[in-house]
Design a protein around this ligand. Structure first.
Ligand code: GLU
Length: 499
């Protein structure tokens, strides 16, 4: 049987980085087993619907390079539609099947009926004991139920949880799970507006879409016994998927679940892309806009809850697919580590081709420093990528893209000794005939220093300040080759004139 997994987010806001990790693990698992990866949008809770969230989810998966091969926004597969609100007519029949077999019941309790029950029973939950005090098709006569239905009285359909049984299933990460039905409640399956709840829609769709493995966050573990029971009640036990509940993503100090507020407080994004809240207009930062490479984020996320069992940390997507296995997922929550995220990004920037980096920085550079030639931009990347942590760090290298007009007086002071010994005309002549590769140019500059009896340190410092306006930066010969002779000489003359 071929592997089919799904990522099933609800479009209730921007996709949290924990959700991206869930999608990633599903993607890796599907690819490893040459299976299908499906995007299903679970939007049955209309009250929590947020405009733009679905599109955001799709764009995030695209940016991360973990694209489903079936589902909303990714082409029609055999089980379209993949948005639950577009499938809403499909679920009622299953709730009714359960009704007819005595495994579910109508409940007519109004808000105030429920309020009464809550006040009467401490720690109220609708279950085998309390349902006997509710207004439902178990306590009411058949005739009264028929009358209420005929009068179109609002009702929900609840599952009838067995009174005292043990539900057992195996979780691929947590092992054997056992829950007493006395701990469970008669969850609503079909709401009074005719929409299924998450539980009914989720189980029906996993069955209909032939999902083989449900890989999702730990927060859904408490729902799993109910889902197991639904498979049994609906007669689908043989087709029940395997469950794998992923460890939580924790705050950096390990104290609770990672939230948007932690990101704001500690200065790192918790969303893949920037998000503007449609109501408050508040903007939350995204990894992309902060200058992360998607493959660095992917590598970093893969390690939050999983590791390959070796020392290797840098993995391409292909390598992750090969190495990934549910067996190596941890049970314990994974602490988010901002420093590690930066480390991954810096590593990836260092190893990304100059050409690709040039395309990524082009807009940022041109907006700040004016139009650049592509070839120059590419060459510049070779010089600065070792010093970048984020793509946006390119802004710190403005001197490369734009000559300094007015030099900083403190820096000028540090190099003005050269004024008494340097012959600017001879330097210009010499540079015009300089060799055009870095090591020869370095040797050539040294020879010049010796011939002119200059002080090496003073001369090099002066060149550096002339070229980049400050006393640190990439190697001088590299900078001169990047700028070319005319530009280099111009920068030197300009600096000299300000000494
Ligand atoms: N709609 C649920 C969510 O928003 C899906 C949980 C599951 O994967 O079953 O996370």
């Amino acid at each position: 049987m071929s592997v089919r997994v799904r990522f099933a987010p609800s479009p209730t806001g921007p996709l949290h980085i924990g959700g991206v990790r869930t999608a990633l693990y599903n993607y890796l698992f599907a690819k490893k087993h040459q299976g299908d990866f499906i995007l299903r949008i679970e939007d049955t809770d209309q009250n929590r619907f947020v405009p733009g969230a679905e599109q955001y989810i799709i764009e995030s998966l695209k940016w991360m390079g973990i694209e489903p091969n079936e589902g909303v926004g990714f082409g029609e597969g055999t089980h379209a539609p993949y948005r639950q609100s577009d499938r809403k007519g499909m679920y009622r029949q299953y709730a009714e099947q359960l009704l007819h077999r005595g495994l579910a019941y109508y409940a007519f309790d109004t808000e105030s009926d429920l309020e009464y029950l809550k006040n009467t029973f401490p720690n109220f939950k609708y279950d085998a004991v309390t349902r006997m005090h509710g207004k439902n098709s178990i306590t009411l006569s058949e005739q009264e139920v028929a009358q209420r239905l005929a009068k179109n009285e609002p009702y929900v359909i609840r599952i009838k949880i067995p009174e005292d049984e043990t539900i057992r299933f195996t979780d691929e990460i947590r092992g054997n799970v056992m829950v007493q039905t006395t701990q469970m409640d008669d969850k609503v399956l079909l709401k009074s507006d005719g929409m299924p709840t998450y539980h009914l829609a989720n189980v029906c769709d996993d069955y209909i879409m032939k999902i083989t493995h449900v890989i999702r966050g730990e927060e859904w573990l408490p729902s799993a016994p109910l889902h197991v029971l639904l498979y049994r009640f609906l007669g689908w036990e043989d087709a029940m998927p395997k469950f794998a509940h992923l460890p939580l993503l924790l705050k950096p100090d390990g104290n609770g679940k990672l939230s948007k507020r932690d990101g704001d407080r500690l200065g790192f994004p918790v969303f893949p892309l920037e998000w503007k809240d449609p109501v408050s207009q508040e903007i939350s930062s995204g990894y992309k806009q902060r200058g992360y490479l998607p493959e660095a984020v992917l590598n970093m996320l893969a390690f939050l809850g999983w590791n390959p069992g070796t020392e290797q940390e840098i993995f391409t997507k292909e390598e992750l697919i090969q190495a990934f296995s549910l067996d190596n997922i941890h049970k314990a929550g994974a602490k988010f580590d901002f420093e590690k995220a930066k480390w991954f990004n810096a590593e990836y920037i260092k190893h990304t081709s100059n050409e690709r980096l040039a395309t990524l920085v082009k807009n940022i550079v041109e907006e700040k420093f004016g139009v650049q030639e592509d070839a120059n931009l590419t060459q510049a990347m070779a010089l600065i990528k070792e010093r970048m942590v984020f793509i946006n760090d390119v802004e710190n290298f403005g001197y490369i893209f734009k000559a300094t007009e007015k030099y900083d007086s403190a820096n000028l002071e540090k190099v003005n000794k050269i004024k008494d010994t340097l012959n600017l005309d001879s330097l210009e002549q010499s540079l015009l005939h300089a060799p055009e590769n870095a090591s020869d140019l370095e040797a050539y500059l040294k020879t010049y220093v010796t011939e002119q009896t200059l002080k090496m340190g003073d001369f090099m410092k002066f060149l550096r300040v002339s070229l980049v306006g400050e006393l640190s930066g990439p190697a001088i010969p590299d900078l001169m080759l990047l700028f070319g002779k005319t530009e280099s000489i111009q920068r030197i003359k300009n600096c000299y004139s300000q000494l």
